[in-house]
Design a binder for this molecule. Sequence first.
Ligand code: SF4
Length: 347
Amino acid sequence: MPDRLNIKNLSPSQIATEIAEMGEQRHRTRQIMQWIWQKGVASFDEMTSLSLGLRSRLNERFRIPAMRVAGSVSSGSDGSQKFLLECEDGAVVEVVLMEARGIFTLCVSSQVGCPLACSFCRTGVGGLERDLSTGEILDQILYFRLYHIPPRRRFNIVFMGMGEPLLNTANVFPALEILNHEDGFALREKRITISTIGLPARIKELEISGLKAGLAVSLNAVDDNTRKKLMPAAVSIKKTLSAAEEYAVSRKMRATLEYVLIAGVNDSPEDAGVLASLTAGRPFKINIIPFNEWEGCSLKRPDEKTIDTFIEILLPTAPAVTVRRSQGGDIGAACGQLRADRNEYGL
Ligand code: SF4
């Protein structure tokens, strides 16, 4: 039955349409979603609350594939784990699982590779292979919720793995719908973060979609020239900050501005002063991420004194400043280090 649809790629309304076409009652959609996204079944035969006849007809029309865990490595320093997940067509992506103070955070991918070639990011080096489907995005989360995160334990999802999520809205938005849905993962705004280089039109789409997710924008510089050198696809800082601010205001929450601190590029006291004045009084949180070095990249991490000075200048006026000492640096799992290299897993 080669033409069967992957049911994991369907949004709740698409499943409802299919169920209606099959002449079934509406509540079957809820049951099917719960079996797939809450119980994690691998076949329609396991959906024991459905009649045998319906199970058989679903099986003729759909399939329930799952990504395969091809490898994993654990950090010796902080316990974070990096996993290589393989899609049906052999494409691979990486997912990082971290735990801090009892809360798990799962850093998931939205694309196989990335087309945006940010100079500080290892993922962008190989370009884009393809977008992940809705089911592939959600499979990353389902697997960890079933097998790695204790039941009822709080966990966060951050779209900071491989890829630019707002370049794959066709699949990321339905995935968000299922993450939010009470018959899916039932996760609210505070538990999900979309991280983007800042694409104003796409941020607007997310805003008006009503989907529940927080927003993190990679700022990384306080002047457009430096920002363009680091992120060739970035639009102006003014437009980026306006888009993030509008989103934050509309959702009554702060947007996070990520700032990867790179030695001699964007880490001067003057840069800190401009960042403070650009953001003062606006609905932002600032997350400073000292650059995580990787082989083949000439950019360097600032020394601790430079990092401390940068923060001290920001603190009096900039909103909610935090420093992210990324986890997983020793296994290539920290921010900007993912590249889904099978060799790193001994494969
Ligand atoms: S930082 Fe994000 S958008 Fe830029 S190349 Fe890496 S994955 Fe792509």
